[in-house]
Write a protein that binds this ligand. Sequence first.
Ligand SMILES: Cc1ncc(COP(=O)(O)O)c(C=O)c1O
Length: 355
Amino acid sequence: MAQRMLSDRVHGSLDYGELARLGLRPGDVIDFSANTFADGLPQRIAEALASTNVTHYPDREMEPARSELAACLGVGPRELAIGAGACSLLWRLVAMTPAGSTVGVVGPTFSEFRTAAIAHGRRVDEFCSDLGAPFALKVDDLVAWAGARERAAVYVCSPNNPTGTVLVPSDLQRIAAAVSPGILVVDEAYATPFAAPRPKRANDIVSLRSLTKILGCPGIRVGYLVAGADLCARLEQSRPTWSVGAHALTIVSTCCALVPELQERERRLKQAASALAEQLRERGVPCHQPGTPWLLARVGDGDTVRACLLERHRLLVRACASFGLAEWIRISPRLSPALDQRLISALLECVQTDA
Ligand SMILES: Cc1ncc(COP(=O)(O)O)c(C=O)c1O
């Protein structure tokens, strides 16, 4: 059987191998495909990173970042785990589930939990929301599915990438109760930065957050989760020593002082996504924009339109076929009216060529 490569996994952001095949360099392309803040790092974090000492190993217990983050979130230092990106924490959560167990995924959604589960030999089953806009998630059906069989863990993303569906705390409590004694993993990579994890910490609900998106620094791998102390202790036991680098810990320590600035970033991103969706709709392109920092545009064949935008215009968007949404592309605004206009013109041209 042919070996699957890591590059076969479908995500937003640059695919360096693809760019090389097209004769493009990363700097040639404008990236609308990754849901990250376009204007880069806050000044204060850039300065803190520049003066980060890398001549020693970082603290094995990740102090003082752990205690600072705990204080910022209002939880105990042992009720959280810091990881090299939310992605690595997802893999560690999967690794904790018993060999041979089944895990569930609420789709269509971000694929890493499923990928990790398959890599670890877990069985995966899926509850799927409607695949047409507005991508309604029937919570009663989801609760019934969650309780219908034993699963070691169930993954939900809220707000969901890519559909934007949100599960409110009371829904999450009901789903968690149905999944119990398995754990409910709530990926809140796109929740308001530093808003209280929902619902509050419990041993069977994990709230997972990414710091790479809102800070505009996915090249530094940093994220965290909040859960009950028992679950966090088990996670800590299975992590490699020094698994989070000094730069990532600097980010954790520094960003707690920047909460209002990060929340303002979120507001700007959502406003830009909504404005871009409106402009596309005015030009006849159906869009789905549920208050997320991105929008979905229904363009016919998403893969073809993505290829056209990249190859002819050097603009990168995320085709959604891997989510089961082949007609859609996902676009994250770049916070520049000129770049947004460039994308709109190119997109209209590509959609017409494809029609
Ligand atoms: C829902 C979701 N969770 C987690 C991640 C990964 O975040 P990180 O960069 O912190 O690993 C992504 C990245 O696209 C995502 O969309």
